[in-house]
Design a protein around this ligand. Structure first.
Ligand code: PBG
Length: 331
């Protein structure tokens, strides 16, 4: 035995596999692919120029035109999908969020635009939630006491599912965290001849401070919080309960959101399921890295890569990220 100073197993030197970039690349357990990535995109009614978002440098509210271009660019970069969020005219917001179920509402129009542009080359997904359309900013309709009414909201979600599917979306993403939403959306799709439209369920969606910049992005009017329907960050086991319900109700894919503060939840869910698992790197996760990079405090590209790799390592097959196109181009 050699008289080495690194222990009694002189053959075991993990550092040998870290010696060169080529070696590190060869032994990598996880690799990001462009196809892992999904681009979330905002389209705002009535815009003539794209509107930059102060808290998300590099992200804009698109016009109908620039959205089409962004979809083509994502597609050419090899990104798999696009998740669309509609921002209606301010005066179209009301208590029931009717712009969300108008066949000519901004999201439905955008789905048709993108479909006409890229067809089936990109998986077209849509946010199925009322917060972009309600004047009070909640994800559902309110009862007479001002509380979010679960079952009345489900009826609205069923209508949204139908109009989004009629517009040609491939996947709907119910994100409002109402109990029973996946089952109701599945029924609505099946009863309207949209058996092939898939559901990406926001299964574990936590009430998070990191949604801050998104509220600006969709011009949300919310005062207060969503703590009576989104999950409490203290709970991990609860996500498995949400998961069981979503799968029973017919979820085709499940999602964890936000990503970085909930990698343990992502990992638990990925271990538990036999359906594809997505994670959403949300607006505040984006803003943190962009802000630190702008100050010169962090290496932007390295930080982006590291967070995305971490999300993949934790078990995500698919990652929604505002950097999707940029990262896909660099892979
Ligand atoms: C709800 C919805 C939200 C996000 C996606 N869908 C906001 C919320 O629940 O408060 C957040 C996305 C992000 O922060 O990037 N329609």
């Amino acid at each position: 035995m050699s008289s080495s100073t690194y222990g009694t197993f002189p053959g075991a030197r993990p550092r040998r596999l870290r010696t060169t970039p080529a070696m590190r690349r060869m032994v990598a357990e996880h690799r990001l692919n462009a196809a892992d990535l999904i681009l979330p995109a905002f389209v705002r009614e009535g815009l003539s120029e794209p509107a930059p978002l102060a808290a998300m440098p590099g992200v804009v509210q698109h016009t109908r035109d620039t959205l089409r271009k962004a979809a083509v660019e994502a597609c050419e970069a090899g990104v798999s999908g696009i998740m669309l969020f509609g921002v209606p005219l301010e005066e179209k917001k009301d208590a029931a969020g009717t712009a969300g179920t108008d066949p000519d509402g901004i999201l439905q129009v955008a789905i048709r635009d993108v479909k006409a542009e890229v067809g089936d080359d990109l998986v077209i997904m849509s946010d199925l939630c009322l917060d972009e359309y309600t004047d009070h900013g909640h994800c559902g309709v309110l009862d007479s006491a001002g509380r979010v009414d679960n079952d009345a909201t489900l009826e609205r979600y069923a209508e949204m599912a139908q109009v989004q599917a009629d517009a040609g979306v491939h996947v709907v993403g119910p994100s409002g965290m109402m109990d029973g939403q996946v089952g109701v959306v599945r029924d609505a799709l099946d009863q309207t001849g949209h058996e092939d439209v898939s559901i990406l369920a926001y299964t574990a969606k936590y009430s998070s401070a990191f949604y801050g910049p998104f509220r600006e992005a969709v011009g949300s009017a919310l005062k207060g919080d969503r703590k009576t329907y989104q999950q409490d960050s203290a709970n991990a086991r609860e996500s498995l309960r949400e998961l069981a319900l979503d799968l029973e109700e017919g979820a085709d894919m499940v999602m964890v959101k936000p990503a970085l503060p909930y990698l343990d939840v992502l990992s638990k869910i990925a271990d538990a399921v036999d359906v594809p698992v997505a994670a959403y790197q949300i607006s505040g996760e984006y803003a943190m890295i962009e802000a630190a990079a702008e100050k010169g405090w962090i290496d932007r590209e390295a930080a982006i890569r590291e967070t995305l790799t971490g999300i993949k390592r934790a078990g995500a097959n698919m990652i929604l990220t505002y950097w999707a196109t940029e990262v896909a181009r660099g892979l």
